[in-house]
Design a protein around this ligand. Structure first.
Ligand code: SAH
Ligand code: SF4
Ligand code: F3S
Length: 443
């Protein structure tokens, strides 16, 4: 019995997939990457961008055809808008919400999935899962031995006007800090080198349980203490924070602990004051720049990443220029630039999507150019210096080379290095720099 899980969303989605996998393996399934040999296929999808949803449709049509020639059960979960959910109900055997994950074995059994083997294990499984209050209690099966995601918070209360997340994942809920810290401790003991604390709004952590739960800055400090108390070397990241809750004490905490990685992902979405208001981001450009100044002051080596949307409803050429200016000012190390697409349910879906697809592409190209320039300028300054790098894989595009990332998450091609180094930290001397990447050799 084989199961294939297809993940089509962000890191949050990948993290969810690790928990789905755990439940399914608990039913006696073996995992496969090959859809063709699976008798159970699941999709963990994302409704935030139309692209991922289109992919789900093309896949499910293919799988439903396969059903004519062999037994196959399909399910879908993840971050799905109710409107998409209704359509998926007709196409998939099972549609479930992530918080129903503990009941997945039972739901699959009702779809006729459970074999004798699974049924036997199911009973123990259900008994065990019944005690579990939510899906965070499901222990994930991590997909890497040295990098792990730890969810700390789920959902979003911010309601940015373009965004589907508040409707796909519901309100902000913080996971208990003792559970988070226990998971981090377990991962560190297992020798994991990179841990990412995940949530749609990580720095709103604790705000839904004020007085009962610690704040995000306090959580970071406790994670920092785990690093101080052991010999192991590891880096802890978090994503994504919202500028509105990015208080100075968060940046101070990162500065105070070695294991808290000096890399900040701070989505800005637009550099125009009026557009930011229309997006309901609830902060000014000045407030954003103040955070950038704090980062530069307290974390001088930190890299800064961002998310930007081009072609939002009503965006003018001048407004795009304000974003270009902000990018020049900050000098981002990485910017994930997305073309705006209206999402059913989000407030902006009622506004005209008046920037043409061609204009969106042109605007994206303008910003991508700035991005490449500022990244190159930064990376050139690294040439000749030696950096700690976490080696993370074989370089698919360059024989004999490995890939890795600096603490600031800048990708490095490591020339002439043996595969045995994957999953370890190495000192790498940077020998050349390009737009968005670096190359080097073992120092
Ligand atoms: N919580 C994070 C982002 C989650 S969604 C934050 O507040 O920044 C991830 C990214 O998808 C967003 O940062 C945004 O850049 C992009 N995105 C969200 N909705 C979008 C839409 N309707 N069209 C295009 N990009 C979108
Ligand atoms: Fe979406 Fe805004 Fe919430 Fe981020 S903060 S998940 S962009 S609504
Ligand atoms: Fe991520 Fe998409 Fe969900 S962006 S949080 S997978 S809605």
């Amino acid at each position: 019995m084989k199961c294939c899980i297809v993940t089509l969303g962000c890191q949050m989605n990948q993290s969810d997939s690790e928990r789905v996998r755990s439940v399914i393996e608990g039913m006696g399934y073996e995992m496969t990457d090959n859809e063709e040999e699976a008798s159970l296929i699941g999709v963990v999808a994302c409704s935030v961008r139309q692209k991922a949803i289109d992919k789900v449709y093309s896949k499910i049509h293919k799988w439903n055809q396969w059903k004519n020639s062999r037994p196959l059960v399909t399910f879908v979960s993840g971050c799905i808008l109710p409107a998409d959910e209704v359509k998926f109900l007709k196409l998939f055997d099972l549609v479930f919400r992530m918080n129903e994950l503990p009941e997945l074995p039972e739901m699959l059994q009702q779809c006729g999935v459970a074999t004798e083997y699974a049924a036997r294990h199911l009973l123990d499984g259900i008994e065990r899962l019944d005690e579990r209050t939510d899906f965070w209690q499901v222990d994930p099966i991590y997909s890497s031995s040295f990098e792990a995601y730890v969810p700390i918070q789920n959902g979003c209360d911010k309601f940015c006007s373009y965004c589907a997340v508040p409707y796909t994942r519901g309100r902000e809920v913080s996971r208990a800090s003792e559970d988070i810290l226990a998971e981090v401790r377990r991962l560190v003991e297992a020798g994991v080198k990179s841990i990412t604390l995940l949530g749609q709004n990580v720095n709103s952590y604790g705000l839904d349980r004020k007085g009962e739960e610690i704040s995000f800055a306090e959580l970071l400090r406790k994670v920092g203490e785990i690093g101080n108390a052991c010999e192991q070397e590891f880096w802890v990241y978090f994503t994504s924070p919202h500028p509105r809750d990015m208080t100075r004490d968060v940046i101070e905490a990162i500065a105070d602990y070695k294991c808290l990685a000096k890399q900040i992902h701070l989505p800005v979405q637009s550099g125009d004051e009026k557009l930011l208001r229309r997006m309901n981001r609830n902060h000014s450009i000045d407030a954003y720049m103040k955070i950038v100044d704090d980062i530069r002051e307290l974390l001088p080596t930190a890299t800064i990443f961002t998310d930007i949307i081009v072609g939002f409803s009503g965006e003018t050429d001048e407004q795009l220029q304000s974003t270009a200016k902000l990018m020049e000012q900050v000098g981002f190390n990485m910017a994930y630039i997305a073309k705006y697409s209206p999402r059913v349910g989000a407030r902006s879906a009622r506004w005209e999507d008046d920037v043409s697809p061609q204009q969106k592409s042109e605007r994206l190209a303008i910003l991508a150019e700035i991005m490449k320039r500022s990244s190159l300028a930064h990376n050139m300054g690294m040439v000749g210096q030696t950096f700690r790098v976490l080696v993370d894989g074989a370089d698919k595009r360059f024989d004999g080379a490995l890939t890795g990332r600096t603490e600031g998450k800048l990708p490095v091609r490591i020339l002439d290095a043996p595969e045995g180094l994957i999953g370890t930290f190495q000192n790498i001397e940077i020998t050349s720099a390009a737009e968005l990447s670096l190359a080097g050799k073992i120092a």
